[in-house]
Design a protein around this ligand. Structure first.
Ligand code: SF4
Ligand code: SF4
Length: 570
């Protein structure tokens, strides 16, 4: 209870700081745009400045000139990827007041620490001991009661992707998908693991077809073994495609990708039993699976001995009208939360009431899981580069890098592709070196690959922090457009835009997140090392090479968010 009070006090203080800041410093988004655009126009290098301003603030360009929105959006072709669709937080919300940013960052950090302490104090508690909670999860309405509104919500979004405005800032579907849903989803992963997956509309369509076709085929060895590599490939392809063609910026293109993914889910649902698409192929499933290892809750067997003698195995096979686990988890063999969407089917099915819904320490799965997976770990390391490149794309330095590559006679798109892969490959190469050094320092000699796999999980906190910090801007600095988009679901127009808090609040929170992620990642690396070594000294020795790299990744992330706003807008 005392932690809840602490969180409440911190939230109140945060809201007050944000509101004061907002009142005193906020610059209307359009005015900020015009200021930026004017300063760009009057720059000595007119061509580049104009390009950069458009790069950084297309959303606002569209707000300003609704009439020419279609043209502006297509002009946004030069605005690569996310930059194209959503603009720049700092440029759109006015100047940063350092003092206010520091206070907000400190409060944000305290909030994160409070949340970690809250889960720590509750760890091991079976929430099913609360009768109302148990009844809720056992009720046949769960999770349908969550799935049906989401299905309607995404139905609207899809409609507007294809039949709404061509302009991002005038399209309710685009705003609700990319300004609201996409930034909020990673937040749920940290607290409740893959809970998004239980309400995601994409597999629901596949499950509808499964009711008639009832496939019994299990995914083959190839899909089980290499599915995650296909997920890696799809994730790289989608983020690169976005950077090259501004997918987020073009509603119809977002709609096409959405339909393609839904089509893939339907095909796999028709061919294979359960949620094979979600488990083995979905790129968001890959991200949520990795991030869910941070989750403060876990579904697990209450008494493994009871499971060992169980004949019915209803958690896996199902019972009555409730199907077995959609992720093919057999409770005694279940490892962690990577493949669990909290659907509660196992809780409903187990005739011995032997499934617990426990709270646990945030991120503890990263150092305590029984089985290390090279492919999961690789995905975490891959995310380091992808998060960095997404953030880098919002800075003016991106254009400089691109121009530098193009001076060798390389075309614009090829320059983007080369930079993109360099950003992914460079961290992986450095991690290979640190894994080699660390493995050679181990008391019991291990292979470089085993070390690479074990310590890859340590990158997840900094991945999540960078990801959230990046998305926080879209959520807060474009927050008013979310209200406009909700209203726009009925009118087809978006009449509101702008920030809900000042730049200082956004910047402060971004820093709070990056600092929490940086320290979290170092702590996880240490715990992984401690699980391998008998003494603290030996653990510190093998963690040192990785820690140096993690500090570098931390510093790069700090740099990306510390870069002055003028540098972002050009
Ligand atoms: S969770 Fe229940 S149904 Fe599943 S193996 Fe254990 S006792 Fe059996
Ligand atoms: S383990 Fe249980 S809660 Fe998790 S996905 Fe399987 S059936 Fe659902």
């Amino acid at each position: 209870m005392k932690y809840l009070n602490l969180i409440f006090v911190l939230l109140t203080a945060l809201a007050v700081t944000g509101a004061e800041e907002n009142d005193s410093h906020i610059m209307p988004a359009d005015a900020a745009l015009m200021n930026m655009a004017e300063s760009a126009d009057s720059s000595t290098d007119t061509e580049h400045s104009g390009h950069d301003v458009q790069d950084m603030m297309p959303g606002m360009v569209m707000n300003k000139s609704a009439d020419s929105s279609a043209e502006t959006v297509h002009a946004g072709h030069e605005m690569h990827g996310e930059t194209a669709g959503t603009g720049n937080a700092h440029a759109s919300t006015g100047p940063v007041d350092l003092g206010a940013a520091v206070i907000t960052g400190a409060l944000g950090l305290a909030l994160i620490i409070g949340m970690i302490a809250f889960f720590q104090s509750l760890r091991g508690k079976d929430l099913l001991e609360y009768t109302w909670f148990k009844k809720l999860l056992k009720n046949n309405l769960y999770p349908k009661i969550l799935q049906i509104p989401t299905l309607f919500f995404f139905g609207f979004i899809t409609y507007y992707f294809f039949w709404g405005s061509l302009s991002y800032s005038q399209n309710p579907g685009s705003i609700l998908a990319w300004t609201l849903w996409w930034p909020l989803v990673p937040l749920t992963f940290i607290l409740l693991g893959r809970i998004w997956c239980v309400i995601c509309p994409i597999p629901l369509v596949g499950e509808f077809f499964q009711k008639f076709i009832r496939p019994t085929r299990r995914p083959g060895r190839f899909l089980i073994k290499y599915g995650i590599w296909i997920t890696d490939g799809i994730f790289i392809a989608i983020t690169l495609f976005d950077r090259l063609y501004g997918m987020v910026d073009k509603p119809w293109l977002s709609g096409m990708i959405f339909l393609l993914i839904t089509g893939g889910a339907i095909i796999l649902s028709i061919r294979y039993e359960r949620r094979s698409f979600c488990k083995h192929i979905c790129f968001l499933g890959g991200v949520s699976g990795n991030y869910s290892m941070l989750a403060g809750v876990s579904i697990e067997s209450k008494n493994p001995e009871r499971c060992a003698t169980c004949r019915v195995r209803a958690c896996y096979f199902g019972s009555g009208n409730t199907p077995g686990c959609p992720y093919a988890q057999f409770m005694p063999a279940k490892i962690g939360m990577r493949n669990c969407n909290l659907c509660a089917s196992c809780i409903k099915n187990c005739p011995y009431d032997n499934v617990a819904f426990r709270t646990r320490s945030i991120a503890s799965e990263l150092w305590s899981h029984a089985k290390v997976s090279f492919s999961e770990s690789f995905f975490a390391k891959l995310m380091v580069g992808i998060v960095i490149i997404q953030n880098l794309g919002m800075l003016a330095v991106w254009s400089n890098l691109q121009n530098w590559v193009m001076q060798f006679g390389i075309g614009e798109k090829m320059a983007v592709i080369l930079l993109y892969f360099a950003a992914i490959v460079l961290p992986l190469a450095l991690m290979t070196i640190t894994s080699y050094l660390s493995s050679s320092l181990q008391t019991e000699k291990g292979t470089m690959l085993a070390n690479f796999a074990a310590f890859g999980y340590a990158f997840i906190p900094i991945d999540v922090a960078g990801h959230l910090a990046h998305n926080l801007f879209h959520l807060l600095a474009e927050g008013k457009s979310i209200i406009g988009a909700f209203l726009g679901l009925f009118t087809g127009r978006v009449d509101y835009s702008g920030a809900v808090v000042s730049s200082s609040v956004v910047t402060g929170l971004q820093f709070g997140l990056i600092i929490a992620g940086g320290f979290g990642t170092l702590y996880v690396a240490y715990r992984i090392a401690r699980a391998k070594e008998q003494s603290t000294i030996a653990a510190l020795r093998i963690v040192l090479p990785h820690a140096l790299l993690l500090v570098l990744v931390f510093a790069v992330n700090l740099f990306l968010f510390i870069t002055p706003m003028a540098h972002r807008g050009g």
